[in-house]
Design a protein around this ligand. Structure first.
Ligand code: NAD
Length: 269
């Protein structure tokens, strides 16, 4: 049996990737593609947005109808749309996968309400590899203990305007906690000047920018006479879409509640 999937934010960079990932998956069928009213893609075939052939599914601005006919909704749109997405999915009792980032308290509250009724998977990063990296990084830092200094290096393309990446910041938090440290007191971003010798209770995060690098993250655990490195290299943004489709197929089999990508992958907490 295949899951009927509706994509919200279908015309965006991620939405197009999700449409392509749904089409490529044997157990998923695209039944609706939604973007905002007035967008020039409304009325066009969703398949054409992702560079494929036609799907017979037109892009509409009708979220309610999309939620009504889907087994699961995948949302990669804008944070201001999150309450409306949560309301529509709750009304139609449809499991929801939320990739949109940056929602406020109102969006957060709407997702909590939704999660009391249906399974909801929320993750700021749906990459399966990055999700695994968080887990392995925490385990490695914990097992190697205080004798190994943790440093994180990330690299992204030259157009990225913020630093460090959200993924590097989260990796810093995860590693600090695994070492028994409070992230706010121990994670340092970049070093410059006469900063003194490196204290034990520190996790360094360094950001490199250049070229067209999609996204690279490396955790270095440096001890006396040996060094362990755990890394992830992203090739394209399809990794988030494929992860979101995996999450959608998982979500339809779950009980109501709020989940993240680690739950989808069966990673122990
Ligand atoms: P984008 O701007 O290219 O696309 C957003 C799309 O949402 C646009 O087509 C826009 O018209 C549509 N949209 C906006 N408001 C809407 C509304 N009210 N109703 C319907 N459609 C609406 O952005 P993007 O690069 O595709 O990113 C989308 C979101 O996904 C962002 O929040 C981004 O941070 C997040 N993101 C998450 C992951 C992850 O793994 N979780 C990965 C990449 C990006």
């Amino acid at each position: 049996m295949t899951a009927r999937i509706a994509v919200h934010g279908a015309a965006g960079r991620m939405g197009r990737e999700v449409v392509a990932a749904v089409r490529a998956h044997d157990e998923a069928t695209l039944v609706a593609a939604v973007d905002q009213a007035g967008a020039d893609v409304i009325g066009k075939d969703a398949g054409l947005l992702s560079g494929g052939g036609t799907t017979g599914v037109e892009v509409t601005a009708d979220l309610a109808s999309a939620a009504a006919k889907a087994d699961v909704v995948i949302d990669f749109s804008l944070a201001s749309a999150t309450p409306a997405v949560a309301d529509a999915c709750k009304r139609h009792e449809v499991p929801t996968v939320v990739g949109t980032t940056g929602f406020d308290e109102q969006g957060e509250a709407a997702l909590e309400t939704l999660a009391s009724a249906v399974p909801v998977v929320v993750a700021p990063n749906f990459s399966q590899g990055v999700t695994l990296l968080f887990h392995l990084a925490a385990r490695a830092a914990e097992l190697l203990g205080p004798g190994f200094d943790a440093e994180i290096v990330e690299m992204h393309h030259r157009r990225k305007v913020d630093a460090p990446s959200g993924t590097a910041a989260r990796l810093g938090d995860v590693v600090a906690r695994a070492k028994g440290l409070e992230p706010a007191d121990s994670v340092v971003h970049g070093r410059s000047g006469h900063v003194g010798a490196r204290p034990d209770a520190q996790v360094g995060v360094m950001a490199l920018r250049g070229g067209d690098v999609v996204g690279e993250h490396t955790l270095v655990l440096a001890g006396e006479g040996e060094r362990v490195e755990l890394g992830h290299r992203a090739g394209d943004r399809g990794i988030f879409a494929r992860g979101a489709v995996r999450a959608a197929l998982w979500a339809v089999r779950q009980r109501p509640g709020r989940y993240d990508m680690a739950d989808v992958m069966g990673i122990p907490r």
